[in-house]
Design a protein around this ligand. Structure first.
Ligand code: GTP
Ligand code: MG
Length: 186
C-alpha cells in the first residue's frame, strides 16, 4: 500500500468505484496487461487465453477499478456488447505486431462506437498499441492512422504504446483514464 492509499484508508475515504471494459482481439495482451496492473501479490504467473470473460480489480491513487477482461476470440466477441451499458470507460488493446488483423480490430471498434449503448454516452476510450517490444511492431501513430482514430469525434480517446510483459507504457495510459473518469459526474 502506498502512502496515499494508507492515508485514505486511515481517514476512511472510499475510493470512487469504476467499471471498465477491456476489449480487443484475442492474443493482443489484455489479460497480461490487467495482470500487470494488479498488486504484485495478486498477480498470476500464468496467463492463458480467456474463456468468455473474467472480472479483475486494481486501484490507482483515487480510483478502484473493476475490469471486465473480455475474451477477444471471434466466438466470444458477441458478449462485449452486453457490458457496454454498465461500463464507464473502455480499454481497447491492439497487437501492434499483428498487421494483418488491424483491419479486424478496426471493424470491432466501429461496431463499438456506433452501438446504441455507446454512441451517445460519455465514455473515454484508452487504446494501447501493445507488444511494442517486438521488432516488427507498428508505431502508435501508424496504428492510429490505420484504425482511423482521428475520425472519432464523439468520444475522448488516447493512445499509448505498451509492453504488457514489463508494464512499460501502462502508467501513462491509466493516468489519462483516471483524469478522464475523475472529471466525469457519476
Ligand atoms: N512480446 C510481447 N508479448 C506479449 C505482450 N503482451 C502480451 N504478450 C503475450 O501475448 C500472448 C497473449 O496474451 P494474453 O494476455 O493472453 O492476450 P489476450 O488479449 O488476453 O487474449 P484473449 O484472452 O484470447 O482475448 C501471451 O503469450 C503473452 O505473453 C507484449 O507486450 N509483448
Ligand atoms: Mg485474455
Amino acid at each position: 500500500m502506498g502512502l496515499f492509499d494508507k492515508l485514505t484508508s486511515w481517514l476512511g475515504i472510499k475510493k470512487k468505484e469504476v467499471n471498465v471494459l477491456c476489449i480487443g482481439l484475442d492474443n493482443s495482451g489484455k489479460s497480461t496487461m490487467i495482470n500487470q496492473l494488479k498488486p504484485s501479490s495478486a498477480q498470476s504467473q500464468d496467463i492463458v487465453p480467456t474463456i468468455g470473460f473474467s472480472v479483475e480489480r486494481f486501484s490507482t491513487t483515487s480510483l478502484s477499478f473493476t475490469v471486465f477482461d473480455m475474451s477477444g476470440q471471434g466466438r466470444y466477441r458477441s458478449l462485449w456488447e452486453h457490458y457496454y451499458r454498465d461500463a464507464q470507460a473502455i480499454i481497447f488493446v491492439i497487437d501492434s505486431a499483428d498487421k494483418m488483423r488491424i483491419v479486424v480490430a478496426k471493424e470491432e471498434l466501429n461496431a463499438l462506437i456506433t452501438h446504441p449503448d455507446v454512441k451517445s454516452k460519455r465514455m473515454p476510450i484508452l487504446f494501447f498499441t501493445n507488444k511494442m517490444d517486438l521488432p516488427d511492431s507498428l508505431s502508435s501513430v501508424k496504428v492510429s492512422q490505420m484504425m482511423g482514430l482521428e475520425n472519432i469525434k464523439s468520444k475522448s480517446w488516447h493512445i499509448c504504446a505498451s509492453n504488457a510483459l514489463t508494464g512499460e507504457g501502462l502508467k501513462e495510459g491509466v493516468d489519462w483514464l483516471q483524469d478522464q473518469i475523475r472529471s466525469m459526474k457519476m
